[in-house]
Design a protein around this ligand. Structure first.
Ligand code: G3P
Ligand code: MG
Length: 248
């Protein structure tokens, strides 16, 4: 069974990385979600792709300068559509509650914290604390472009499967030593410039492969025929029913 990851939730139907975007998944038959996590000044882990508010909220500024109380005044939905006015930036704890309730599986992408290693260290620690609330039956993959942070996470929570993210430009000949250093089970390469030969190399080295971000059905089909295990997509709802929960 090939896996669709709803990238930042159903991010073409609802504002990305909000509970509204994630809560659409189950009803559309999508079993896996991808989210990005970062940290506020007070240690609160939040679900956000960017480390600033500027692109996806009604305000500007750095997440690293906010506390949990500030989230009450930030609207992460009105930029997208009137239906989502007042939708907040969720905490990671809130998302875990939703994942448990909707019986989803989750890929948590730890953002490369721009506030320095001390905060990155805290982000890892607080993600691990929050994950204790994830029901045992839920699927979990933790990934990062920051391979130092990912290796640190794996040391502290070895029972969790981890994935190294690679941009096309950073996927060098040393990719396998990076994977080994992280104890990675999965490789998450960028779609751009990914070839059948590269997929074959990853497979023959024993890794599972999930490719980001694939918003073209024919390209997803090609990747699956090459042996790719899953794709991250903003248009999971448009994929055929064979990729979804039965009856959706
Ligand atoms: O985890 C896959 C994908 O989300 C990585 O890129 O920038 O969308 O977080 P980005
Ligand atoms: Mg991501």
């Amino acid at each position: 069974m090939k896996t669709l990851f709803a990238h930042r939730g159903m991010s073409s139907l609802a504002p990305e990385n909000t509970l509204a975007a994630f809560s659409l998944c189950r009803q559309l038959g999508i079993q896996w979600i991808e989210c990005d996590v970062d940290i506020l000044a007070d240690g609160t882990v939040v679900v956000s792709h960017d480390d600033t508010l500027d692109r996806c909220t009604d305000q500007s500024g750095n997440l690293a300068e906010l506390t949990k109380a500030d989230l009450n005044d930030i609207d992460a939905g009105s930029w997208f559509h009137d239906d989502f006015i007042g939708e907040p930036i969720p905490t990671f704890e809130q998302l875990i509650t939703l994942v448990n309730q909707h019986e989803l599986n989750i890929n948590v992408e730890i953002k490369s914290c721009s506030a320095g290693w001390a905060m990155t260290d805290k982000l890892i620690a607080n993600v691990i604390t929050a994950l204790a609330q994830l029901d045992t039956g839920r699927g979990l993959i933790v990934s990062s472009f920051n391979h130092l942070a990912l290796a640190e996470f794996k040391c502290r929570r070895p029972q969790t499967s981890v994935a190294c993210l690679f941009e096309a430009a950073s996927l060098g000949d040393d990719w396998e030593s990076v994977m080994q250093a992280c104890g990675a089970d999965y490789i998450h390469p960028e779609d751009q410039h990914l070839t059948q030969a590269m997929v074959a190399r990853f497979k023959s080295a024993g890794y599972k492969i999930n490719v980001y971000t694939v918003n073209d059905l024919a390209r997803a089909n090609q990747l699956f025929n090459w042996g790719v295990d899953g794709v991250f997509t903003d248009i999971a709802h448009r994929f055929p029913s064979k990729y979804k929960l039965r009856g959706k």
